[in-house]
Design a protein around this ligand. Structure first.
Ligand code: GLU
Length: 497
């Protein structure tokens, strides 16, 4: 048997931003395609003219680009199966509809939306099924002619079987079965000539030679309808897999109420694309390795398998996403870390003052690199990093009031800082950069002079110079700040500046 080439697709409707649910669907399709050396196709389902916008389409493409989910065929990557925008494929749907008319697998329905609504309400009130009641299914030629003479436009419905079941083996959930009697005859083509989602999706999946349809489980109920359409067209259906629902922390379907839901919001929050992909991959899929959760994109591609996609709902955990993001930040090479922080510094207008005597001199790039090295693994959150490094760039850095009260509240503490400032001034030659070891020696000498515990000088010094109770190792920090700035901050904290 010749294995069919894997061709999967992501088929968003451009009616809003790319939601994490959509991003997860795109990711699983992309991972499967890359893992299987298949093709990943992007199709824009924009036949809902009233709700589709170009802006939303642009936002979705940008979000996919941000995530690095590159498509082999789709808008901007024309392949052999285009066009990839449904609004440009209308003649294809018409052609298939004509074939279905010829084979009698569809019939015209003249019911107006108002009539359908009224009958649906009545059925619900009587406790009956609300689906289409088959009124136009067996109209005679003369009855049709009469309705057309009334000026009614026809939509076209699938003549679906009324008995038996429609079943498939879902790649995620196993065997699924729907009673045909409950499916009712669906509209394939509306009275305005536009195809419905189910019809357009089937025509496109067939014509684009899609081998596997992987999508959210909110589409499970569309699958039997689509299988009936494949059957009516005489086409072999692809395989289907429905990905588990994503829930919020309260067990309800994830929505804006729970927090950020669009890829764009996560980008603004400083979540790295690879971290978001890593997190989304674990929402419904498991690599099968206990305790391991940090994966680079290439590892995900290598390990991904549909067999390990779970059928039970996945719960979105914002804290875990932050943790995974932090782990990705920690693993970035220095230039990438600097590239993340640089634009944020520029936004604040923070620069290296050329007058400062630091190991980096006036070299802003080197200075930033040294700052981030000093911060080390403490840098794990892009939202916090500016507060963490502020004292390296501005005198207006955030100060922890509780730390000031504890460590700088007493007169003795301030007097100790004044002594340290004096000793540093004496040790500073006013020209060269004082190394960490130089600061350390002056601090030790000061402790000896004062005859106190080292911590009684070091803690107030840290709070005075960084505004924080905890920072990177203090002496390298002092070297980086340079003696003039350190002395000025110590004097200010001592109440002298
Ligand atoms: N346009 C549909 C959606 O955005 C796609 C459904 C499918 O993948 O078949 O939900």
């Amino acid at each position: 048997m010749i294995a069919t080439a894997v061709r999967v697709r992501f088929a968003p409707s451009p009616t809003g931003y790319l939601h994490v649910g959509g991003a997860r669907t795109a990711l699983f399709n992309w991972l499967y395609a890359r893992n299987q050396r298949g093709r990943f196709i992007l199709r824009i389902e924009d036949t809902d003219q009233a709700r589709s916008t170009e802006e939303a389409c642009g936002a979705i493409l940008r979000a996919l680009e941000f995530l690095g989910l590159d498509w082999d065929e789709g808008p901007g990557a024309e392949g052999d199966h285009g066009p990839y925008l449904q609004s440009q494929r209308l003649p294809r749907y018409r052609q298939t509809l004509e074939a279905l008319k010829a084979s009698g697998r569809v019939y015209p329905c003249y019911c107006t939306p108002e009539e359908l609504d009224a009958r649906r309400e009545l059925a619900v009130a009587r406790g009956q099924m609300p689906g289409y009641d088959g009124r136009c299914r067996e109209l005679s030629v003369s009855q049709r002619a009469r309705l057309e003479a009334e000026g009614r436009a026809a939509s076209w419905r699938l003549r679906a079987p009324t008995e038996g079941v429609t079943a498939w083996t879902d790649l995620v959930c196993g065997r699924r079965e729907f009673q045909n009697a409950l499916l009712s005859d669906r509209v394939l083509s509306r009275a305005d000539g536009f195809p419905t989602y189910n019809f357009a999706a089937v025509v496109d999946d067939h014509e684009m030679a899609i081998s596997h349809v992987l999508r959210g489980d909110d589409h499970v109920s569309n699958t039997p309808v689509q299988l009936l359409i494949y059957d009516a067209c005489g086409w072999l259906p692809p395989k289907f897999g429905h990905l588990p629902m994503i829930l919020g922390p309260d067990g309800k379907r994830l929505s804006k109420r729970h927090g950020a839901t669009s890829v764009e919001e996560f980008e603004t929050m400083g979540i790295l694309p690879d971290a978001l992909l890593n997190y989304l991959a674990l929402l419904g899929w498991s690599p099968g390795v206990e305790g391991e959760e940090i994966y680079a994109r290439e590892q995900l591609v290598r390990k991904f398998s549909l067999k390990r996609v779970a059928s039970s709902p996945a719960s979105f955990d914002y804290r875990k996403l932050d943790f995974i993001n932090g782990e990705h930040i920690k693993r970035l090479p220095p230039q990438r870390r600097a590239a993340l922080v640089r634009p944020r510094l520029q936004e604040r207008g923070w620069q290296v003052d050329v007058a400062w005597r630091t190991p980096a001199g006036a070299d802003a790039e080197l200075y930033l690199d040294l700052v981030l090295r000093a911060l080390g693994n403490r840098f794990n959150d892009l939202r916090r990093v500016l507060d963490q490094v502020a004292y390296f760039f501005t005198e207006d850095y955030p100060v922890d009031a509780a730390a000031v009260a504890t460590d700088l509240g007493a007169d003795e503490a301030r007097a100790r800082l004044a002594r340290l400032a004096d000793n540093l001034t004496a040790a500073d030659d006013g020209v060269s950069v004082m190394p960490a070891a130089g600061f350390e020696k002056v601090a030790r000498d000061t402790v000896a002079q004062l005859d106190v515990e080292a911590s009684l000088l070091i803690h107030p010094c840290r709070v005075a110079v960084t505004g924080q109770l905890a920072s990177a190792r203090i002496f390298p920090v002092l070297e980086l700040l340079g003696a003039p700035r350190v002395i000025a901050r110590l004097r200010r904290a001592a109440g002298l500046g």
